[in-house]
Ligand binder design. Structure first.
Ligand code: 1CP
Length: 358
């Protein structure tokens, strides 16, 4: 692979970790676990270091990114760090006027809806990734043998923020553009795919041992629309890092009907939300695909008996896959008691060998 010799994966630091072995479909000595949104508002130490700094400014301050990325690893003993950033960071680096409003999410000043706006979108250059590259390098230097997962937003989810101008439940303008102006849609989604691929490739080359593509809102699409309007653009992003040889994970919320199509976009591992059990997901994938997931985040509030039972059921269903990395079905809710997460990690780690292995 074209990864540098001192990259954590090629230098052997992370290649034998439970996380990477599970992503490769090998049997690990114990289940690997991490949580989407494990860095963030559930941690008092996160709220302390973030105080007074806007979200996107924090994402562009390498020392702060390293500190926040390490916090959940130190506290919970999870098997992976996820790079602290946001899916809209590459849009901001390219020059789009976007901010993250507390309690709301990404807000785009001028929603992109016309051909003139799409034609004027600026290309993201590798030079503009400097703060990201520095932050990844500084973070992997501190992580030792714990793998760092890089990530990016998939074209549909990111395009929805650009077209709607902010968070949306129905994605009306975005879906209308696909059907009313498919050429314009393809041009916009193509720009997003190039931009987010540059961001993801930059992270992997700088030192991440895996790459996750979040198509969080793809579950709003029919299978036919997904295949026609979205899959080719997601495939562009996944293909852009294929030569690097790191496991590529693809995840969306409510995407039970899209699992096989999302896998065909070029993923090595499928992230599954909590709406379908992992054994059903495995059947829909036709077998042979490592999976990640899928404890319902609501169970973090249901007490230890119920949470423990849910974790045991997820482990059992995960044994139908060649490899399984435990996660939630979506992100850690900000109100979560962090001690519950630490307890869950310990429970999973003491539950014996992971499933999988062929
Ligand atoms: O001030 C704050 O603390 C803001 C909250 C916050 C955080 C901590 C946002 C705003 N983003 C993040 C970090 C973040 N975003 C991570 C960090 C690493 C980790 O997981 O620990 C990651 C992976 C993301 C990715 C992200 N951003 C996604 C995909 C994952 C998912 O949750 O589905 C999406 C959809 C976003 C957009 C976004 N950014 C922030 C919010 C609140 C949202 C969602 C808004 C909406 O509902 O549309």
């Amino acid at each position: 692979t074209p990864l540098p010799d001192d990259h954590p994966l090629t230098s052997g630091r992370t290649a034998d970790s439970a996380l990477i072995r599970s992503y490769r479909g090998e049997r690990a000595e114990r289940p690997a676990v991490w949580f989407m949104r494990q860095a963030g508002r559930s941690l008092p130490e996160y709220r302390a270091v973030r105080a007074g700094t806007a979200m996107l400014d924090a994402c562009l301050t390498p020392d702060l990114v390293t500190e926040i990325t390490l916090q959940p690893v130190r506290r919970h003993g999870v098997d992976a760090a996820i790079f602290f950033s946001d899916i809209v960071v590459p849009l901001k680096l390219a020059g789009i006027d976007v901010e993250i409003r507390p309690g709301v999410g990404p807000v785009v000043a001028d929603p992109i809806r016309t051909a003139a706006q799409v034609a004027a979108l600026p290309e993201l250059t590798v030079d503009q990734l400097t703060p990201i590259v520095q932050a990844v390098r500084g973070t992997v230097a501190e992580l030792g043998s714990t793998p760092l997962i890089g990530f990016a937003g998939a074209p549909f989810t990111l395009a929805s923020y650009l077209v709607e101008g902010g968070p949306s439940r129905e994605h009306l303008h975005t879906k209308a553009m696909m059907h009313a102006a498919p050429e314009l849609w393809n041009e916009l989604a193509g720009w997003v795919a190039r931009t987010t691929a540059t961001f993801l490739r930059g992270q992997v080359l700088a030192g991440t041992s895996a790459a996750q593509l979040f198509d969080s809102w793809a579950g709003a699409l029919s299978l036919a629309d997904y295949r026609t309007f979205v899959q080719p653009h997601s495939a562009h992003v996944l293909t852009a890092v294929a030569d690097l040889g790191v496991p590529r994970i693809h995840f969306g919320v409510g995407t039970g009907e899209l699992l096989a199509a999302m896998h065909e976009a070029g993923a090595d591992v499928m992230g599954v939300d909590h709406r379908i059990p992992l054994d059903v997901a495995q059947q829909r994938l036709g077998g042979g695909v490592p999976v990640q997931g899928n404890i319902d985040p609501a169970l973090l509030f249901a007490g230890r008996d119920a949470l423990g039972a849910a974790a045991t059921a997820v482990l059992a269903a995960g044994r139908t896959a060649p490899g399984h990395v435990v996660n939630l079905g979506h992100g850690v809710p900000p109100e979560t008691d962090p001690d519950v997460l630490t307890w869950l990690v310990d429970l999973l780690h003491s539950s014996g060998p992971a499933g999988g292995g062929s």
